[in-house]
Design a protein around this ligand. Structure first.
Ligand code: COA
Ligand code: AMP
Length: 627
């Protein structure tokens, strides 16, 4: 462990020398020499003194003569709008917004929070921060004011950039009132809120801290990129962990740029000038890496889709986007495909679209079930590649690297480790396990470029949660196994994190919220199988003695509490009142047992169980509630 602490320290103390030394040594597992030694060698960017993400994503392409190529396609079926933005236009928008922020006193070393729907201004805001060397923290729109307040207090932003509203299918979501409530709840108060007014929904009265986005950009002049060191934190992105408090994953600049450029070419196999689409949201890591920074670094056209796989207006939305914009590679969550398949099981809608531009369809974010992958493969007649990564890694850890590997797909597997990641399967003591034996999926240290630098404001949690679980390895939190050909299979999380419709949620956080309900004595939340969303959270609740309120009332109140405290994406649909919860003799709730019984999986009753009779009680309760 000390080796990694030392490695980590050196990388922070003298990043330029550090990255140059690493590039020479090529110490990363199988990281191809060609990547690090060719002309576009990224450590070279540091030597050029031009390391700025906004520069690399925009100005560099303009200097190279590609200013009139399309950088962003904005397609919004929910507002009936489409817009294309060239690299020159992107430059003008971003450099002026950065100029405006600069005038307001925002500078390198500051943090800025972005809470926006899928509109071009979200991309401009991220790039404007990067241009100034300002660390941004983007918060996904599905989070409630309370979650927003937690992130405000963690990152202490000088400024918040937001929009008046978002649109969920046909519902207008009030973003600005959420921001106002969050500021009231938070201890830290940002100086300004830059508000992009959309002509949607009710007009909310301005607050004294509001600055109009459009007026600011119009009145500001362009500003040049601020040079940053390789390890300068480009962003903090919060993700769910095993406690009630989200973790702010810190991403560097130089290593990340290296990793993303590599991913665009070697994994997604798109050439500069081609169209790439990640059907995700800027609030998630996929949005950061593969809607914004990756494609723009690689001079691709990125698609910003403000819609859903279904209902905007129907299950043909994905096929329309691919054919209309000649998408070469696409990336989506399996949930989206399951939702499309449910609406259009025979894929009849596909027949109306020409998908000839498409080379590969990538899936990630949650487990892909074979039936969905098979269906998609058959319908589009293209390789469907399940690949695996997480907010912490910032880029794929396992995939088929389509540019250099044979595209040999094994259903159920996320393919092989991507170069840079030495992935191993170990037991609790860190012993390597043989082929086909399930264990913890870990990555041998050191990690390659682009992976997390730490946890914002919480270095100890970084070490204890990731680096000190299994000595010498990064602990991914996932379980799985490898087969004899080295293909990796991810079987699920080994901690209290669940994945609902591709959204990562903490059951510990939900339990904390539910426990604060005045009628609840204790509770257990765990993910159970869901046909469309992969998993869905289920809460078992023990009420306080003397409580005679109807179960349905408790259920409604608990659901409402979760929605208002965490957000609508924490889609707790079922709450069941039970007399007691299964526990070990030392009082630990047996959540895995509860989940396995609900999913009708084989289960073993732990010998440490306090009272085995409770199993029958739980089975009966599940039967009554049709679980
Ligand atoms: N802003 C605000 N609210 C949001 C939101 C956002 N960006 N995204 C989702 N929500 C809300 C939804 O409106 C819904 O609210 P409701 O319960 O009041 O109806 C709730 O959060 C749950 O949404 P979701 O889990 O998305 O379920 P759904 O039934 O509305 O939609 C799918 C189902 C499959 C269409 C949808 O989950 C989907 O598109 N999934 C793909 C996810 C994805 O791409 N993830 C990327 C990770 S790589
Ligand atoms: P997030 O940080 O939100 O991207 O979620 C990361 C987690 O999602 C991982 O730790 C896995 O548990 C899960 N995950 C991501 N991709 C896959 C995949 N292809 N197969 C199985 N699980 C996945």
């Amino acid at each position: 462990m000390e080796v990694y602490r030392d490695f980590y320290k050196k990388s922070i103390e003298n990043p330029k020398a550090f990255w140059q030394e690493q590039a020479q040594k090529i110490s990363w597992h199988q990281f191809p020499k060609t990547i690090l030694s060719n002309k576009q060698n990224y450590p070279q960017w540091f030597a050029d003194g031009k390391l700025n993400m906004s520069y690399l994503c925009i100005d560099k392409h303009i200097e190279d003569g590609y200013g009139e190529e399309i950088a962003v396609i904005y397609d919004s079926p929910v507002t009936n709008r489409k817009r294309t933005i060239t690299y020159n236009e992107l430059h003008s928008e971003v450099a002026r917004l950065a100029g405006g922020l600069h005038k307001m006193g925002v500078q390198k070393g500051d943090t800025v929070l972005i809470y926006m729907p899928m509109i071009p201004q979200a991309v401009f805001s991220m790039l404007a921060c990067a241009r100034l060397g300002v660390t941004h923290t983007v918060v996904f729109g599905g989070f409630a004011p309370n979650e927003l307040a937690v992130r405000i207090d963690d990152c202490k932003p000088k400024v918040i950039l937001t929009a008046s509203s978002g649109v969920e299918v046909d519902r207008i979501l009030p973003y600005k009132p959420f921001v106002d409530s969050a500021i009231e709840l938070a201890t830290h108060k940002p100086q300004y809120v830059i508000l992009f007014k959309r002509l949607l929904g009710a007009v909310v009265p301005d607050k004294e801290y509001d600055i109009d986005y459009k007026s600011l950009v119009t009145a500001s002049s362009e500003i040049d990129p601020v040079i940053v060191e390789a390890n300068h934190p480009l962003y903090v992105l919060h993700t769910s962990g095993t406690t009630g408090k989200p973790k702010g994953i810190v991403r560097d600049t130089g290593g990340y740029a290296t990793a993303l450029k590599f991913s665009m070419g070697y994994i997604y196999n798109v050439k500069p000038g081609e169209v790439f689409w990640a059907a995700s949201d800027v609030g998630w890591v996929v949005g950061h890496s593969f809607i914004v920074y990756g494609p723009l670094l690689n001079r691709n056209t990125t698609v910003l889709f403000e819609g859903k796989p279904v209902k905007t207006p129907d299950a043909s939305a994905f096929w329309r986007i691919i054919s209309e914009y000649n998408v070469k590679s696409v990336f989506a969550a399996p949930t989206a495909i399951r939702a499309i398949r449910k609406e259009d099981p025979d894929g009849l809608m596909l027949e109306n679209f020409d998908l000839s531009s498409l080379n590969y369809f990538f899936l990630a974010g949650e487990r892909s079930d074979t039936a969905t992958v098979e269906w998609l493969t058959q319908k589009i007649n293209r390789p469907v590649i399940d690949h695996w990564w997480q907010t912490e890694s910032g880029w794929p850890m396992a995939s088929i690297m389509t540019k250099i590997d044979d595209v040999k797909i094994k259903y159920g597997s996320v393919a092989k480790p991507v170069c840079g990641f030495d992935i191993q399967i170990v037991d609790e003591e860190g012993n390597q396990l043989p082929d086909d034996k399930e264990g913890f999926v870990v990555v041998k240290l050191p990690l390659p470029p682009g992976t997390l630098m730490g946890i914002w404001n919480n270095e100890e949690r970084f070490f204890s949660g990731y680096l000190e679980q299994i000595n010498g390895y990064y602990f991914t939190g996932d379980g799985g196994f490898k087969d004899s050909e080295g293909y990796l299979y991810i079987t699920g999380r080994v901690d209290d994190v669940i994945n609902v419709a591709g959204h990562r949620l903490s059951t510990a956080e939900m339990e904390e919220v539910i426990s604060s309900h005045n009628m609840v004595a204790e509770c257990a939340v765990f993910g159970i199988h869901d046909e469309i969303k992969g998993q869905t959270p289920l809460a078992l609740v023990v009420t306080k003695a003397g409580n005679d309120v109807a179960e349905s009332v408790i259920e409604q109140e608990v659901i409402a509490k979760i929605r208002s405290n965490i957000g609508t994406i924490a889609t707790l649909k079922r709450v069941i009142v039970v007399d007691r919860l299964p526990k070990t003799r030392s009082g630990k709730i047996l959540r895995k047992l509860l989940r396995d019984i609900a999913d009708k999986k084989e289960y073993t009753i732990p010998s440490t169980i306090d009272d085995p009779e409770i199993i029958n009680e739980i089975i009966q309760v599940y039967k009554q509630h049709k679980i």
